[in-house]
Design a protein around this ligand. Structure first.
Ligand code: ZN
Length: 210
């Protein structure tokens, strides 16, 4: 996805200052208030940055910077919603993403805990097996299929393949029915070992195929 961001300077006439005598042409008249402001944005959702106000003589165009206080007292700046409050949508979006990822993570942990407490033959585990295999290899995620339930633990068929990331192993589960996906050599993990893996969050997910 292309990152669309940028900044711009906008200029608008926002009102008039009460009459005073121009320092250049000596005309005594009201002066226009010009407001110049910068805004920055990410996908056009932005925030207002610098704000400046100027008085402009209507006769000779002499321009002087005035205080924001004076500019805001006699003028009324209007900013497009996305320029002024766009950032708030980012905040809402980011908070939403954080909450939904927390919910997803909570759901996943609940699922792992519940399937682990009542395992069924055929359950597919995605697990970080580096500790089990005592390996430093960067490909240390595997898919484990429950082969049989033992009084003291679970017998698994481990996948022949190992993955660098849990997400890759999770995707690979679709190949679980392909011949040769699982090794012929099963492994037995004790309840204690499985509990230990769960506490360390090494069991990334469990899928139950009904
Ligand atoms: Zn003037």
């Amino acid at each position: 996805m292309m990152l669309v961001w940028g900044s711009a300077t906008e200029r608008q006439t926002i009102g008039e200052l009460p009459a005073f005598t121009c320092r250049t042409c000596k005309t005594h008249a009201t002066h226009q208030i010009i407001h110049v402001y910068g805004w920055g944005h990410l996908w056009y959702l932005g925030a207002i940055g610098s704000k400046k106000f100027y008085s402009v003589c209507k006769t000779c165009q002499t321009t002087d910077e005035i205080t924001a206080e004076a500019g805001e007292k006699f003028g009324k700046a209007k900013y497009p919603f996305n320029q002024q409050y766009g950032w708030a949508l980012w905040v809402v979006l980011i908070i939403g993403l954080i909450i939904s990822s927390m919910v997803a993570s909570g759901n996943r942990q609940d699922r792992v805990a519940s399937y682990l407490s009542a395992p069924k033959v055929g359950d597919l585990y995605v697990a970080d097996v580096a500790q089990l295999m005592k390996t430093q290899d960067k490909f240390h995620y595997a898919v484990l299929k429950v082969k049989s339930l033992r009084p003291d633990g679970i017998e698994f068929d481990p996948s022949v393949y190992f993955y660098e990331y849990g997400i890759d192993a999770a995707k690979a589960k679709v190949k679980a029915d392909h011949p040769g996906f699982f090794s012929d050599e099963s492994v037995v993990l004790s309840k204690k070992a499985l509990q230990d893996m769960r506490e360390k969050d090494l069991i990334t997910d469990i899928e139950r195929r009904e």
